[in-house]
Design a protein around this ligand. Structure first.
Ligand SMILES: [Zn+2]
Length: 276
Protein backbone atom coordinates (compact mmCIF):
# COMPACT_ATOMS: atom_id res chain seq x y z
CA UNK A 1 0.00 0.00 0.00
CA UNK A 2 1.17 3.52 -0.77
CA UNK A 3 -0.25 6.89 -0.02
CA UNK A 4 0.33 9.23 -2.91
CA UNK A 5 -0.01 12.98 -2.71
CA UNK A 6 -0.65 14.55 -6.08
CA UNK A 7 -1.75 17.68 -7.83
CA UNK A 8 -3.79 17.97 -11.01
CA UNK A 9 -3.01 20.84 -13.35
CA UNK A 10 -4.63 22.29 -16.41
CA UNK A 11 -2.24 23.75 -18.98
CA UNK A 12 -2.81 27.49 -19.15
CA UNK A 13 -3.00 29.59 -22.25
CA UNK A 14 0.58 30.81 -22.35
CA UNK A 15 -0.23 33.49 -24.92
CA UNK A 16 -2.47 35.09 -22.32
CA UNK A 17 -1.08 34.02 -18.96
CA UNK A 18 -3.28 34.61 -15.94
CA UNK A 19 -2.34 37.12 -13.26
CA UNK A 20 0.87 38.57 -14.60
CA UNK A 21 3.73 38.77 -12.10
CA UNK A 22 2.35 35.91 -10.06
CA UNK A 23 4.61 32.90 -9.92
CA UNK A 24 3.54 29.32 -9.28
CA UNK A 25 6.38 27.07 -8.31
CA UNK A 26 7.68 24.75 -10.96
CA UNK A 27 4.47 24.61 -12.90
CA UNK A 28 5.00 27.53 -15.24
CA UNK A 29 1.77 29.38 -14.48
CA UNK A 30 -0.46 26.41 -15.22
CA UNK A 31 -3.67 26.20 -13.27
CA UNK A 32 -3.77 23.96 -10.26
CA UNK A 33 -7.16 22.22 -10.14
CA UNK A 34 -6.72 20.09 -7.09
CA UNK A 35 -4.32 18.55 -4.61
CA UNK A 36 -5.22 15.38 -2.83
CA UNK A 37 -3.98 12.09 -1.47
CA UNK A 38 -4.93 8.58 -2.61
CA UNK A 39 -4.30 5.29 -0.94
CA UNK A 40 -3.60 2.61 -3.50
CA UNK A 41 -1.68 -0.61 -4.23
CA UNK A 42 1.13 0.87 -6.27
CA UNK A 43 2.03 3.73 -8.58
CA UNK A 44 0.51 1.83 -11.48
CA UNK A 45 -2.71 1.42 -9.56
CA UNK A 46 -2.61 5.13 -8.74
CA UNK A 47 -2.38 6.00 -12.43
CA UNK A 48 -5.39 3.80 -13.19
CA UNK A 49 -7.43 5.56 -10.51
CA UNK A 50 -6.47 8.97 -11.87
CA UNK A 51 -7.33 7.93 -15.44
CA UNK A 52 -10.74 6.68 -14.25
CA UNK A 53 -11.35 10.07 -12.73
CA UNK A 54 -9.85 12.43 -15.33
CA UNK A 55 -9.85 10.42 -18.53
CA UNK A 56 -7.22 8.35 -20.36
CA UNK A 57 -5.59 11.39 -21.90
CA UNK A 58 -4.24 12.78 -18.67
CA UNK A 59 -0.48 12.99 -18.70
CA UNK A 60 1.75 12.22 -15.73
CA UNK A 61 4.18 14.99 -16.33
CA UNK A 62 4.21 18.51 -17.64
CA UNK A 63 5.78 18.90 -21.05
CA UNK A 64 5.91 21.31 -23.95
CA UNK A 65 3.88 18.87 -26.03
CA UNK A 66 0.78 19.53 -23.95
CA UNK A 67 -1.76 22.05 -25.28
CA UNK A 68 -3.86 24.65 -23.55
CA UNK A 69 -6.59 22.94 -21.56
CA UNK A 70 -4.80 19.55 -21.30
CA UNK A 71 -4.60 17.99 -17.86
CA UNK A 72 -1.59 16.52 -16.16
CA UNK A 73 -0.94 14.97 -12.79
CA UNK A 74 2.18 15.49 -10.67
CA UNK A 75 3.03 13.12 -7.85
CA UNK A 76 4.32 15.21 -4.99
CA UNK A 77 5.21 12.51 -2.51
CA UNK A 78 4.53 8.99 -1.40
CA UNK A 79 3.47 8.50 2.20
CA UNK A 80 1.93 11.47 3.93
CA UNK A 81 4.39 11.80 6.81
CA UNK A 82 4.70 15.51 6.57
CA UNK A 83 1.72 16.70 4.62
CA UNK A 84 1.89 20.27 5.85
CA UNK A 85 4.69 21.20 3.57
CA UNK A 86 2.76 19.95 0.56
CA UNK A 87 -0.69 21.27 1.43
CA UNK A 88 0.08 24.61 3.05
CA UNK A 89 0.08 27.24 0.41
CA UNK A 90 2.00 30.35 1.28
CA UNK A 91 1.85 33.78 -0.23
CA UNK A 92 4.73 36.17 -0.06
CA UNK A 93 6.52 38.90 -1.90
CA UNK A 94 9.91 38.28 -3.53
CA UNK A 95 12.52 40.24 -1.55
CA UNK A 96 14.33 41.03 -4.78
CA UNK A 97 11.88 41.87 -7.55
CA UNK A 98 8.72 42.41 -5.55
CA UNK A 99 6.68 39.75 -7.40
CA UNK A 100 3.76 38.29 -5.54
CA UNK A 101 4.41 34.57 -5.15
CA UNK A 102 1.89 31.83 -4.44
CA UNK A 103 3.51 28.52 -3.67
CA UNK A 104 4.24 25.74 -1.29
CA UNK A 105 6.64 25.94 1.54
CA UNK A 106 8.76 23.01 0.25
CA UNK A 107 9.62 24.88 -2.93
CA UNK A 108 10.15 28.30 -1.47
CA UNK A 109 13.53 29.90 -2.23
CA UNK A 110 14.96 31.33 0.99
CA UNK A 111 18.35 32.62 2.07
CA UNK A 112 20.11 29.82 3.88
CA UNK A 113 22.14 30.47 7.01
CA UNK A 114 25.39 29.50 5.32
CA UNK A 115 24.67 31.90 2.46
CA UNK A 116 24.14 34.73 4.92
CA UNK A 117 27.32 33.78 6.73
CA UNK A 118 29.44 33.36 3.62
CA UNK A 119 28.14 36.08 1.33
CA UNK A 120 26.45 38.65 3.54
CA UNK A 121 28.95 39.10 6.36
CA UNK A 122 26.91 36.89 8.66
CA UNK A 123 24.14 39.43 9.19
CA UNK A 124 21.57 36.86 10.23
CA UNK A 125 19.25 39.35 11.92
CA UNK A 126 18.98 41.42 8.81
CA UNK A 127 18.60 38.72 6.16
CA UNK A 128 16.90 35.83 7.89
CA UNK A 129 13.56 34.62 6.54
CA UNK A 130 13.65 36.52 3.27
CA UNK A 131 11.90 34.72 0.42
CA UNK A 132 12.41 34.90 -3.30
CA UNK A 133 10.44 34.05 -6.41
CA UNK A 134 13.35 32.23 -8.04
CA UNK A 135 16.95 31.18 -7.65
CA UNK A 136 17.94 33.94 -10.07
CA UNK A 137 16.32 36.57 -7.93
CA UNK A 138 18.05 35.20 -4.87
CA UNK A 139 21.48 35.24 -6.55
CA UNK A 140 20.93 38.76 -7.81
CA UNK A 141 19.88 39.88 -4.33
CA UNK A 142 22.95 38.30 -2.73
CA UNK A 143 25.29 40.00 -5.18
CA UNK A 144 23.68 43.39 -4.63
CA UNK A 145 23.55 43.15 -0.84
CA UNK A 146 27.10 41.82 -0.68
CA UNK A 147 28.37 44.99 -2.33
CA UNK A 148 26.50 47.05 0.28
CA UNK A 149 27.90 44.98 3.16
CA UNK A 150 31.46 45.36 1.90
CA UNK A 151 30.96 49.08 1.28
CA UNK A 152 29.79 49.39 4.89
CA UNK A 153 33.11 47.90 5.98
CA UNK A 154 31.66 44.73 7.48
CA UNK A 155 34.00 41.80 7.95
CA UNK A 156 33.89 39.51 4.96
CA UNK A 157 33.52 35.95 6.22
CA UNK A 158 33.35 34.31 2.81
CA UNK A 159 35.32 31.19 1.99
CA UNK A 160 38.64 31.88 0.36
CA UNK A 161 38.77 30.72 -3.22
CA UNK A 162 41.57 30.66 -5.72
CA UNK A 163 40.09 33.58 -7.63
CA UNK A 164 40.54 35.82 -4.58
CA UNK A 165 44.28 35.39 -5.08
CA UNK A 166 44.44 36.43 -8.69
CA UNK A 167 45.11 39.85 -10.13
CA UNK A 168 44.43 40.77 -13.72
CA UNK A 169 47.26 43.28 -13.95
CA UNK A 170 50.15 40.90 -13.30
CA UNK A 171 51.23 37.61 -14.87
CA UNK A 172 52.00 36.02 -11.50
CA UNK A 173 54.73 35.40 -8.99
CA UNK A 174 57.99 33.53 -8.71
CA UNK A 175 58.50 32.10 -5.26
CA UNK A 176 61.19 30.24 -3.40
CA UNK A 177 60.72 27.77 -0.58
CA UNK A 178 63.87 26.98 1.42
CA UNK A 179 64.49 24.33 4.03
CA UNK A 180 66.64 26.13 6.57
CA UNK A 181 68.20 23.07 8.18
CA UNK A 182 69.58 21.64 4.94
CA UNK A 183 69.76 24.67 2.65
CA UNK A 184 67.66 22.91 0.04
CA UNK A 185 65.33 25.08 -1.97
CA UNK A 186 62.56 24.94 -4.51
CA UNK A 187 61.58 27.59 -7.05
CA UNK A 188 58.07 27.77 -8.44
CA UNK A 189 55.69 30.06 -10.26
CA UNK A 190 52.03 30.72 -9.74
CA UNK A 191 49.43 33.03 -11.19
CA UNK A 192 47.79 33.22 -7.75
CA UNK A 193 49.15 35.01 -4.72
CA UNK A 194 51.82 32.54 -3.53
CA UNK A 195 50.28 32.09 -0.11
CA UNK A 196 47.68 29.99 -1.88
CA UNK A 197 50.33 27.92 -3.66
CA UNK A 198 52.30 27.49 -0.43
CA UNK A 199 49.18 26.11 1.16
CA UNK A 200 48.91 23.61 -1.66
CA UNK A 201 52.56 22.57 -1.22
CA UNK A 202 52.05 22.11 2.50
CA UNK A 203 49.24 19.68 1.78
CA UNK A 204 51.62 17.34 -0.06
CA UNK A 205 53.95 14.73 1.45
CA UNK A 206 56.96 16.69 0.27
CA UNK A 207 56.51 19.27 3.00
CA UNK A 208 55.96 18.40 6.60
CA UNK A 209 53.46 20.78 8.16
CA UNK A 210 54.78 20.01 11.65
CA UNK A 211 58.20 21.19 10.61
CA UNK A 212 56.94 24.50 9.29
CA UNK A 213 59.48 26.47 11.36
CA UNK A 214 62.15 24.93 9.20
CA UNK A 215 60.72 26.40 5.99
CA UNK A 216 61.13 29.85 4.60
CA UNK A 217 58.71 31.11 1.98
CA UNK A 218 59.61 34.09 -0.18
CA UNK A 219 58.38 35.87 -3.25
CA UNK A 220 61.37 36.62 -5.43
CA UNK A 221 59.66 38.37 -8.31
CA UNK A 222 56.28 39.81 -9.19
CA UNK A 223 56.08 39.07 -12.89
CA UNK A 224 54.55 41.90 -14.95
CA UNK A 225 51.80 41.06 -17.39
CA UNK A 226 54.15 41.81 -20.29
CA UNK A 227 56.66 39.11 -19.30
CA UNK A 228 56.57 35.35 -19.83
CA UNK A 229 56.16 33.82 -16.40
CA UNK A 230 57.55 30.42 -17.46
CA UNK A 231 60.67 32.09 -18.80
CA UNK A 232 61.08 34.02 -15.56
CA UNK A 233 60.66 30.82 -13.58
CA UNK A 234 63.24 29.07 -15.70
CA UNK A 235 65.61 32.01 -15.27
CA UNK A 236 65.43 31.77 -11.47
CA UNK A 237 65.59 27.99 -11.34
CA UNK A 238 68.79 28.09 -13.34
CA UNK A 239 70.25 31.07 -11.50
CA UNK A 240 69.85 29.40 -8.09
CA UNK A 241 70.86 26.03 -9.45
CA UNK A 242 74.14 27.42 -10.77
CA UNK A 243 74.90 28.94 -7.38
CA UNK A 244 74.10 25.75 -5.47
CA UNK A 245 73.38 22.79 -7.71
CA UNK A 246 73.25 20.12 -5.00
CA UNK A 247 70.65 22.02 -3.00
CA UNK A 248 68.14 22.56 -5.79
CA UNK A 249 64.98 20.52 -5.55
CA UNK A 250 63.84 21.59 -9.01
CA UNK A 251 64.13 18.82 -11.52
CA UNK A 252 62.78 20.68 -14.52
CA UNK A 253 65.03 23.19 -16.25
CA UNK A 254 68.20 22.20 -14.41
CA UNK A 255 69.51 19.40 -16.59
CA UNK A 256 72.65 20.48 -18.43
CA UNK A 257 72.45 24.00 -17.23
CA UNK A 258 73.19 26.60 -19.76
CA UNK A 259 76.60 28.03 -20.02
CA UNK A 260 76.42 29.10 -23.61
CA UNK A 261 73.92 30.92 -25.76
CA UNK A 262 73.42 27.75 -27.84
CA UNK A 263 72.54 25.69 -24.78
CA UNK A 264 70.10 28.37 -23.62
CA UNK A 265 68.32 28.28 -26.97
CA UNK A 266 68.23 24.49 -26.92
CA UNK A 267 66.64 24.58 -23.51
CA UNK A 268 64.02 27.02 -24.69
CA UNK A 269 63.12 24.66 -27.49
CA UNK A 270 62.63 21.78 -25.08
CA UNK A 271 60.11 23.81 -23.16
CA UNK A 272 59.86 23.58 -19.42
CA UNK A 273 57.96 21.30 -17.21
CA UNK A 274 56.39 23.47 -14.64
CA UNK A 275 54.94 22.96 -11.26
CA UNK A 276 53.05 26.23 -11.26
ZN1 LIG B 1 11.83 37.84 -7.73
Amino acid sequence: MVEIIYRIYEVADHENPPEKGCVFWGVSNNIELTMDCKICESREHFKELIKDEYGDNISFRNSKKLNTGDLYCIIIAEHCYNTERYFNRIEYTCACCGSKVVGYIDKCEILKDWEIKNDLCNQLDKYENLRFCSYNCKSHFIKRERQKCLADGLVDESFITREDFKRDDIAGYIYKISKKSTGEFYIGQTIYLPIFRWGQHLKTDRFDMKGILDYQFEVIEIVPITANILEREKYYIQKYYKENPEKSLNIACTKGVIETKEQWQQLNLLGSETNG
